[in-house]
Design a protein around this ligand. Structure first.
Ligand code: SF4
Length: 211
């Protein structure tokens, strides 16, 4: 078989760009991790405890149950239970057993916990400002590209939970390459694509037995 050199060149160039994008994502992830680590340490928290507090503040979804929180954050239930114990000890969350099902424990932020999340958000606003300084069309292209990548990671089984438009049962590509939500009966320009939609239903439903 004779290989078309023009096609090989395009493939090589695409591969080189893809490698650079993955390297750039790694660099951003490392920077973000160390920024979050610094914020968490400043407040005497681990990064997982910080994630738990912000996840509880943003939800539901997920339901504030130990199993759901573990699945959301991609860690084991015992790890979440340990972190919640530490947060409870600091009076940032409460844990209550469900009277109807003693295996289920509902978690809630205390007023002190909510106040701390507000301060954490203020510390993270700097990053939002930096992204907000990009041109609007760049922001839209990045959002659309990232949501497409998340959908591919979900398909590959590398991300367990994503309530994004491109992973949703109600998402429909339009003939012009755009997006439509068949539940809300709305066309979705890139800026309106959702990252954490309460109406989301997984396109490929997985069995969730966590509680
Ligand atoms: S239900 Fe939500 S996540 Fe699903 S397509 Fe509509 S807006 Fe997007």
């Amino acid at each position: 078989m004779v290989t078309d050199p023009a096609v090989t060149d395009v493939d090589d160039r695409n591969d080189r760009v893809a490698v650079k994008i993955v390297a750039a994502m790694d660099r951003l992830a490392r920077g973000r991790r160390s920024h979050r680590q610094a914020i968490a340490s400043h407040h005497g928290l681990t990064p997982l405890q910080l994630d738990l507090l912000t996840t509880l503040a943003d939800g539901p979804p997920p339901e504030p149950l130990v199993g759901r929180l573990a699945r959301e954050l991609g860690v084991s239930q015992p790890t979440i239970t340990d972190s919640l114990g530490a947060l409870e000890h600091k009076e940032l969350v409460t844990r209550d057993r469900d009277d109807a099902d003693r295996r289920r424990t509902a978690v809630a932020l205390t007023a002190v916990g909510s106040d701390l999340v507000d301060r954490l958000r203020a510390a993270e606003r700097e990053l939002v400002h930096r992204v907000g300084a990009l041109h609007h069309s760049d922001q839209e292209a990045i959002l659309e590209g990232l949501l497409t990548l998340i959908a591919r990671h979900v398909d590959a089984g590398h991300i367990a939970v994503a309530r994004t438009c491109m992973t949703c049962h109600f998402h429909q590509p339009t003939p012009t390459g755009g997006h439509r939500c068949t539940l809300l009966e709305l066309d979705l320009p890139p800026a309106d694509l959702r990252v954490n939609c309460p109406e989301h239903e997984p396109a490929h439903a997985a069995t969730d037995t966590s509680a």
